[in-house]
Design a protein around this ligand. Structure first.
Ligand code: SF4
Length: 448
């Protein structure tokens, strides 16, 4: 059970040294209790107190790591019910299923096709993480073979889906090195599978017929020393499944119910008979609150929108995505190449730089810190004013790289042209297009 602010305060040094960033230990204790501070911010907590507090200040939904390598994923670790209250921390993962009877050539083709589903967006590589190997006929050797192929020949991490202990053991032996997710322990096998997961240090799904019944099982696993638990309330009907997700999240966060304080897994693949519907269901669970969402297949038209939705939902709403202020050479510019400037909102940067790149015209792109605001917003908020832009151009170092004395400013910031000119005597300030899509034509016209 979580400690109250006063209980936490009693364990703190009470010196009010302020090093944690707040004026008193009491204020820090209150912040810690409400999840607004991290224990590590106080350097003076004794080891004994740290042990007690670490338990109490652990996130109400524990983080669970699945897999190894570049597609390793951490799910859970959430502290709020709604994204706007703070942020969601660990993006959900997507899995697609292969049966244990899949022919070798089909598996190879699927892995190749799924591996190609990677998308660059705002400097991030968006891609799904997991392949769920489903035991279709109890054949342990076939199951192990498919799990081994997925683990060894692809970057994907693995979910081992079976109800049979011998099949699970074979799967673990085949791909244990990749820390697969065991799916799923039930009331019937909880002792044996709990021991198996502990022995191999693997994350494990626990499945019951209801949210209530799950709690006894997680209690048992926690008693065995497990923390890497993922919850499956067993619901496969859409409305009930959504209600269960919300009930689990609310209980963990609002009632500090540690028995349900784990990430969840959902199975859109079992709730629909076509990929379009599965995608819609996955979209729902991406928002509320499936940490691992298992689909029957990955296809570009399905996974791409899901990855974008995930990116949006798991981006901190209070911190816009930004790129670093500076000079960005595009298409190998030289000293005579045009100089353009825009703000450091990541989406603005990637759209503008993409259009310049596509134009094949060598350019210098200056990115000015605008606290992550887009051009129009930054201008309206005074973060992209003429004086600032002019001063930034002088300090940026562009004059050491280019002889050009013409600066192209974004069309949406046309109003700053006069002020920039005053700040940069001798420079010509040209108003560029409002829309990034018009940049290639604008540049081609300028350089012809
Ligand atoms: Fe108290 Fe620690 Fe904060 Fe200092 S750093 S005020 S001791 S909580």
């Amino acid at each position: 059970m979580a400690l109250t602010g006063i209980q936490i305060f009693k364990l703190l040094p009470k010196t009010n040294c302020k090093e944690c960033g707040v004026p008193t230990c009491l204020a820090f204790a209150m912040n810690l209790a409400s999840g607004k501070a991290e224990l590590d911010q106080c350097p003076y907590v004794s080891d004994e107190a740290r042990e007690k507090l670490a338990e109490a200040s652990a996130p109400p939904i524990l983080p669970v790591e699945i897999g190894k390598g570049v597609r390793k994923v951490t799910v859970g670790g959430e502290t709020v019910l709604y994204r706007h209250e703070k942020t969601f921390f660990n993006a959900c993962a997507y899995a697609a299923v292969v049966g244990s009877d899949i022919p070798d050539a089909d598996l190879e083709a699927k892995l190749k096709a799924w591996n190609a589903l990677q998308y660059e967006r705002v400097g991030l590589n968006l891609r799904p993480e997991l392949v769920a190997v489903n035991d279709v006929n109890g054949d342990a050797a076939a199951f192990a073979k498919v799990a081994k192929t997925v683990a060894e020949t692809s970057e994907f991490n693995v979910i081992l889906m079976t109800e049979k202990t011998d099949v699970m053991k074979a799967g673990i032996e085949a791909c244990g090195f990749k820390s697969p997710l065991m799916c799923a322990a039930t009331a019937a096998n909880i002792d044996e599978w709990g021991a198996l997961a502990k022995e191999n240090n693997l994350p494990i799904v626990v499945r019951a017929e209801s949210v209530e019944a799950l709690q006894d099982l997680t209690d048992k696993l926690v008693g065995m020393g497990h923390k890497k638990i993922i919850l499956d309330p067993g619901s496969r009907e859409i409305k009930q499944a959504l209600e269960d997700q919300v009930a689990i999240r609310r209980s963990a966060l609002k009632n500090a119910n540690r028995k349900l304080g784990f990430p969840t897994i959902t199975f859109p693949c079992a709730m629909a008979d076509n990929l379009e519907m599965e995608t819609l269901i996955s979209a729902m669970f991406t928002a509320k609150y499936g940490a691992v969402n298992v689909m029957s297949d990955f296809a570009g038209e399905s996974i791409f929108p899901l990855l974008l939705e995930r990116l949006n939902i798991y981006t901190d709403p209070q911190r816009p995505m930004t790129v670093t202020e500076g000079i960005y050479p595009i298409n190998n510019p030289d000293e005579n190449s045009p100089i353009l400037i825009t703000t450091n909102f990541a989406l603005t940067y990637f759209i503008v730089s993409g259009e310049i790149e596509g134009s094949k015209v060598p350019c210098w792109l200056l990115i000015k810190d605008s606290e992550g605001l887009s051009v129009l917003t930054a201008w309206a908020a005074g973060k992209f004013s003429g004086d600032d832009v002019g001063m930034f151009v002088k300090k940026s170092g562009i004059m050491d790289k280019a002889k050009t004395t013409e600066l192209v400013i974004p069309g949406y910031a046309a109003a700053i042209a006069g002020d920039v000119e005053e700040e940069l005597p001798g420079w010509k300030i040209t108003v560029g297009p409002r829309e990034a899509a018009h940049i290639p034509a604008f540049l081609k016209e300028k350089t012809k």
